[in-house]
Design a protein around this ligand. Structure first.
Ligand code: NAG
Ligand code: NAG
Ligand code: NAG
Ligand code: NAG
Ligand code: NAG
Ligand code: NAG
Ligand code: NAG
Ligand code: NAG
Ligand code: NAG
Length: 415
């Protein structure tokens, strides 16, 4: 009698567990799986157990409650599992190589691979502890630890990224702070249908390769209301094995020591239908850059309502192996202010007179473009900062450019 009632209850409970409607409300706290949250002991086992339990019932949320610093090796997200880091809680990435999988391509603090509907949210923070990877601090460029002993990656670029989604669909990342990545911060690889909303990214200004959001080989990506303040490229579409289609970024604020919106490097396939609207770029080295030279082409890209204040120019460079087609600039406000002491006539890719390229400088540098429409673009030049520089509002190689249209275009001096 009693036994059969228990069986009946168990069946009812199982049915409840399997009810799809209950998914979103299903919360698994890592504390219930033994997480200490003291920032000292590793909570990897507890966090992964909570993720796996959550995935086993079809998905839900895995909660990292506040207060708490949850130190972890790589956490593998599963389909339908959304990691919820509560306001005041932090997920801390381990700083030892053994905390990460064997292959460097999987070195992320949080990694979702082959998932549908996985995500990260919650108001708290994921922190890569980048300071622990600095060997020698340097204002131009910190010297970093390198985990290159395996030969799996090269030079000083062998450090873990922060959050990665690989071969995943319906990715959602929102209301979260991603802080101090040791290398790239947020990385999508071969993803489809991703939403990145209200994400704040803070990278160390002096750490190399501190990219904000890298979108590799991915389609249908929407980025809204993000705040990115970092040492390397902030929003960076790349094509290595597949094209990049349909990316929009709107309502974002960016400050970077490198380039705010940068296409490539890695431009082996096409970039099509990318739309950037209402972006504010401040105190940055370069604002908009395209370096397309690996065989892919760029087409149908719109930049509208962009306000930027940078040291260097808008740099749109296709090549013999990559044409830029149908670009549109509408309502753009550019302020250029140099403050380096490098010799005029050289174009510096990074501040501190590093990576110099011999090239005259211009407000907009154009190469290998077919179809450029400029409408309501204002360039302001801080002349006092340009002594010794031979600058031109526009610089292009005529033989590589056709079908340009300029409407309401101004270049003015300011003090
Ligand atoms: C992802 O799927 C691919 C192909 O189906 C498979 O080769 C790979 O092992 C999977 N990776 C993981 C982590 O499940
Ligand atoms: C690893 O990278 C460091 C820093 O760039 C370099 O000095 C060292 O030679 C590299 N080691 C190997 C085995 O590649
Ligand atoms: C954006 O996310 C932060 C947490 O990172 C949260 O405090 C804030 O309320 C969110 N903003 C909106 C408009 O939802
Ligand atoms: C993106 O779309 C293109 C064209 O349909 C396709 O070849 C590519 O595989 C898609 N990429 C992903 C990650 O789904
Ligand atoms: C672009 O991607 C977004 C997000 O996935 C989607 O809503 C929209 O329909 C896509 N647009 C096109 C033209 O495919
Ligand atoms: C533009 O983006 C900012 C955030 O960077 C936001 O506050 C503002 O409302 C947006 N403007 C429009 C017209 O959407
Ligand atoms: C880029 O365009 C050229 C022609 O302009 C074409 O030959 C090449 O195949 C295109 N690349 C890709 C990846 O489609
Ligand atoms: C440029 O040189 C001047 C004079 O030597 C110096 O005062 C200033 O700090 C230098 N600026 C930068 C950004 O290095
Ligand atoms: C010229 O470029 C515009 C977009 O800027 C495009 O719509 C138009 O088709 C192009 N015309 C030719 C003849 O290529």
């Amino acid at each position: 009698m009693a036994a059969s009632r228990i069986v009946l209850l168990a069946v009812v409970a199982l049915q409840l567990l399997l009810l799809p409607a209950a998914w979103s409300s299903r919360v698994f706290s890592v504390v219930d799986y033994g997480a200490a949250g003291d920032g000292f002991r590793y909570d990897t086992t507890a966090i992964q157990a909570a993720v796996d339990a959550c995935a086993a019932v079809g998905g839900g949320r895995v909660l990292l409650p506040a207060p708490g610093d949850y130190l972890t090796a790589t956490v593998h997200l599963r389909s339908g599992v959304v990691l919820e880091v509560a306001p005041g809680a932090r997920l801390l990435g381990g700083t030892r190589q053994e905390d990460y999988p064997a292959e460097s391509g999987r070195w992320y603090v949080v990694l979702a691979e082959n998932t549908t509907g996985a995500g990260v949210m919650g108001g708290g923070e994921i922190n890569g502890q980048s300071a622990a990877f600095v060997v020698t601090p340097n204002e131009k460029k910190n010297i970093m630890v390198s985990w290159n002993a395996t030969g799996d990656c090269q030079g000083d670029e062998c450090r873990p990224r922060l959050v990665g989604f690989i071969d995943s669909k319906d990715v959602k990342i929102h209301d979260i702070t991603l802080n101090q990545p040791a290398y790239w911060c947020l990385h999508l690889v071969r993803c489809d249908n991703s939403v990145i909303h209200n994400v704040s990214i803070f990278g160390d200004w002096n750490t190399p390769n501190n990219d904000g959001i890298d979108i590799t080989d991915s389609n249908n990506t929407v980025i809204t209301d993000c705040h990115i303040d970092t040492g390397d490229d902030a929003i960076c579409p790349k094509s290595s094995d597949r094209p990049v289609y349909n990316l929009t970024a709107t309502n974002c604020w960016i400050r970077t020591k490198s380039c705010a919106i940068k296409f490539g490097s890695a431009s082996y396939f096409n970039f099509e239908k990318l739309f950037f609207d209402n972006i504010t770029i401040v105190d940055s080295h370069r604002g908009l850059g395209m370096q397309i030279r690996d065989g892919g082409n760029v087409s149908d890209v719109v930049f509208s309502n962009i306000k930027m204040s940078t040291r260097n120019w808008v740099f749109l460079a296709g090549s013999k192996h990559g044409l830029l087609r149908n670009l549109k600039f509408k309502n753009i406000d550019l302020t250029y202010k140099r403050w380096t002491n490098c010799t005029g006539g050289l174009y510096d890719y990074r501040p501190g007179c590093e990576e110099m390229v011999k090239h005259r400088t211009g407000g907009m540098m154009l190469e290998h473009i077919s179809g450029l429409e400029v409408d309501n673009v204002r360039m302001r030049w801080s002349r006092s900062s340009l002594k010794g520089w031979d600058v031109n509002p526009l610089l292009f190689r005529p033989s590589t450019i056709d079908n340009l249209s300029f409407h309401d275009w101004q270049s003015v001096d300011v003090q």
